[in-house]
Design a protein around this ligand. Sequence first.
Ligand SMILES: NC(=O)C1=CN([C@@H]2O[C@H](COP(=O)(O)OP(=O)(O)OC[C@H]3O[C@@H](n4cnc5c(N)ncnc54)[C@H](OP(=O)(O)O)[C@@H]3O)[C@@H](O)[C@H]2O)C=CC1
Ligand SMILES: O=C1OC[C@@H](O)[C@H](O)[C@H]1O
Length: 367
Amino acid sequence: MTTPQPFVLKWGIISTGRIAMDFVKDLLVDPKTRGTTDVGHKIVAVGSRSVESAQKFIKAYAPNEADIKAYGTYNEVYANPNVNAVYIGTPHTLHYENALAALEAGKHVLCEKATTSNAAELKALLKLAKEKKLFFMEALWTRFHPLTLELKRIAEEGTLGDPVVLHADLSADFHIESLPLNHRMLDPKLGGGALLDLGPYPLFWAILALYEHPSNKNARPSSIVGSIVKTPITGVDASTSFTLNFTENLQAQAILSCSMQVPAANFGATIRYKNGNIIVKPPIFRSPAVTVQYYDKPGGDIVREETKAFSYVGGGWHFEADEVARCVRDGKLESDLWGHEKSIIMMEVFDEVSKVPPDGQGNTHMI
Ligand SMILES: NC(=O)C1=CN([C@@H]2O[C@H](COP(=O)(O)OP(=O)(O)OC[C@H]3O[C@@H](n4cnc5c(N)ncnc54)[C@H](OP(=O)(O)O)[C@@H]3O)[C@@H](O)[C@H]2O)C=CC1
Ligand SMILES: O=C1OC[C@@H](O)[C@H](O)[C@H]1O
């Protein structure tokens, strides 16, 4: 009997920055090391604004791969007939034009977070992807990690009851005072600031634990309140906090924050349920371990506590790549795990939070 051959997705890579490097390195990790045998990956083209950068990138991160084309424009990647799917790793505000061009050329798209600068741009991309019957996914890699899959199973198996309050933070010190003004974290033209760069992760946990919880029945956040501290350097948000209420079918609140000027370790995420807690160890984009605590009765003592740790070969970006390959193989236009609706909610929340007036005090609502 012959063993079925894995479906191999042929990738074109857009940009040669930090995350493009991480993603490419993971595409080259042997899928069997993570138990994947049904799909695989091949890099067929890398596009950069400079051909030298594309050549250098291939030499540095994919030295043993044959026949990867190095291009000095992104358009040449979109035009390459061997490319099935395009990975977009440019700064946020370029995602729209890059994804649009890829879709117009008939390519499936995996686009880095934050998917676009605003919800209107994202909706336009999704409309085009549907019209052209192409797969599109936000590269929310955390959704596909084994830890996340296990946490979701535990959270929804019933013992913990409904979620009540979630706290999540992702902050770091980007030393913004030493960055050039055109750095993507500082430049408003590149979508600079903490919210679009770090905010997707605390919000991801709120979407996973509150929005996706079966008791929530897919109800969107009933209200959003945001507050922003801007940096005087370029006026982008340096620290942002936002709360989301889920009150249609739950009585739950998410308290979320991100900052690019916190010189201390993160505290991760805590999800508090009627009958216990889930504690996600930092960093929340790639948590190494999760602790689950169970009360003897609501408001009672913790009588059981379990910690589960997770490890794998590679950086953790290959799990999202496997999802794209499976979806493309199966003719799906969106992922069941991180579909279009969740990316839209994410961008709509960011739109609302960004509306706070210049004094940083905000009180906004989403319908
Ligand atoms: N999923 C994850 O874990 C992570 C995701 N990200 C996301 O990926 C995106 C890129 O982040 P990151 O890799 O850190 O950024 P980098 O600045 O390291 O890389 C961005 C790349 O985009 C290309 N680019 C095109 N136009 C511009 C421009 N005007 N200014 C700067 N670069 C430009 C460049 O590649 P070239 O010169 O080859 O064209 C550049 O190297 C962001 O949206 C970010 O949110 C970032 C880090 C981690
Ligand atoms: O996606 C990300 O995850 C980790 C952060 O350090 C980075 O800035 C961000 O883009």
